[in-house]
Design a binder for this molecule. Structure first.
Ligand SMILES: [Zn+2]
Length: 456
């Protein structure tokens, strides 16, 4: 049996809206057993961490990502493109993705997320190149379990290729019958419905411009039959709105209504271009939004109306989005971007630090069906991020140490990250695998992909 962990004398613990000073946290097995001052251990020996210079936050929940894009970060030819041409350029590189590339990019993305305070993540993998015969979700679950990440990936899909009027090339789309069959299989093999599961499955057709309406509808029906959540990209760009109006005579959200892809079991990535009436509909139906500020700025997609969404009671989470449009998996950094970008749209009082932390923790956990995850409270699951504030980039900011994490700081790495009661980052290093080895392997695989793409 593993020893209890004692986080001793924490400078600040952020606990359900309150900042507690000089508290201890006792973690027993997977759960927070005590949150008190001066916890004295009597019978049990514990592993003790001195946290007197640290702020402890609940671990972040990342609600949207594309791990495989780690292999194509920052490609010069797509550095200055908006979404549609950016996608068209990348599809031709991504079609050379291999099973090994998926495994190592998953390790790298999860490693970066863990090191920046994220303890639960999804991944939207929708790319199934013809050359990959291995079972992609199984590869990802294996990598996530090696890293100790709480993982709720989506089984993504694309079925509408260029020849049928969609955006992706034929080489990366699948037959719809196969998509539905494989989606059901992944749920049966990996989905755990318990609130504190380490593995949950979500179904996620990629977007209105890469799948048919029939696949959207059938996927929604399958998910409800199997009691899993749904996710897709929606209202990311004006180009998407124009595509939907031209092809279907409807705006993207009307299309989602028509295909039953709306409701309190559904989340949309981005959600930038909604009208007032559409925001009201999201609120009425309990549909959630995953906000991706860095990607939205990077691709010039626009500023999501997060302030107005929260005021309407819409659940909004935070997400780093794929690694080719961020191009980082810096989760604490993404919370900072969330805080700042709303102020560009609505002014300096648009969004406060505590609201952003709630978005990045509880809201994300709730939208993916987790329970007792996202707060530091006795009885809750021990997912947390420990940041050492004894650094020059936080100097002078400690009048409000919790807010200092979003307002200050040039390095967003934790000292320790704890998932399900286990230390997965210690003294700033990932446990269980060598970071430099993974980085070197990813660089080799990225170069191979580019070479193949250049050869056609
Ligand atoms: Zn995305």
């Amino acid at each position: 049996m593993t020893k209890p962990l004692l986080l001793k004398d924490c400078m600040a613990v952020y606990s359900d809206g309150k900042t507690l000073r000089n508290y201890d946290i006792l973690i027993n097995d997977t759960v927070i057993e005590k949150l008190e001052k001066n916890i004295q251990l009597t019978r049990k020996e514990a592993v003790v961490f001195d946290c007197s210079t640290c702020v402890v936050l609940p671990g972040f929940v990342n609600t949207h990502h594309h791990f495989y894009q780690v292999l194509t970060r920052n490609l010069p030819q797509a550095q200055n493109s908006k979404l549609f041409p950016w996608l068209v350029y990348h599809y031709d590189v991504w079609k050379h993705l291999t099973a090994e590339g998926i495994y190592h990019s998953t390790l790298a993305a999860i490693g970066e997320l863990l090191k920046t305070g994220c303890t639960c993540t999804t991944d939207h993998h929708y790319l199934y190149p013809k050359g990959v015969s291995e079972d992609i979700p199984s590869i990802q679950f294996e990598a996530a379990s090696r890293c100790g990440m709480r993982f709720s990936p989506t089984r993504g899909s694309m079925s509408l290729s260029k020849k049928d009027g969609g955006l992706p090339p034929d080489s990366v789309v699948q037959e719809e019958e196969r998509i539905l069959q494989e989606s059901a299989g992944i749920i049966d093999r990996y989905h755990d419905s318990s609130p504190t599961a380490m593995r949950k499955v979500i179904l996620a057709p990629c977007s209105p411009f890469s799948v048919t309406n029939e696949l959207m509808r059938e996927t929604a029906r399958l998910a409800r039959k199997k009691k899993v959540r749904l996710h897709t990209h929606l209202a990311e760009t004006e180009d998407e709105t124009n595509f939907c109006i031209k092809r279907y005579g409807k705006r993207p959200l009307a299309l989602m209504e028509e295909t039953e892809f709306i409701g309190n079991d559904v989340s949309y990535a981005h959600g930038i271009h909604f009208t007032d009436e559409e925001l009201d509909l999201l609120a009425q139906t309990g549909t959630a939004v995953c906000h991706c500020p860095s990607s939205n700025m990077r691709l010039g997609s626009g500023i999501a109306r997060v302030r107005e969404m929260l005021d309407r009671g819409i659940t909004v989470g935070v997400a780093v989005d794929g690694s080719a449009s961020n191009d980082a998996s810096d989760m604490l950094g993404e919370l900072r971007q969330t805080l700042l970008l709303q102020r560009v749209r609505y002014g300096a009082d648009a969004l406060g630090v505590r609201e952003v932390i709630k978005m990045g923790t509880e809201n994300g956990a709730a939208m993916f069906g987790f329970g007792n995850i996202g707060k530091i409270l006795p009885g809750w699951t021990a997912d947390m991020a420990v940041f050492d504030m004894n650094r020059i980039d936080y100097a002078g900011s400690l009048s409000d140490p919790v807010a200092a994490l979003l307002f200050s700081g040039a390095c967003h790495m934790t000292r320790e990250t704890i998932v399900n009661g286990k230390i997965v980052v210690e003294e700033g290093r990932l446990l269980g695998y060598d970071e430099e080895d993974i980085a070197a392997r990813v660089n080799d695989l990225a170069a191979e992909m580019l070479l193949k793409s250049a050869q056609g």
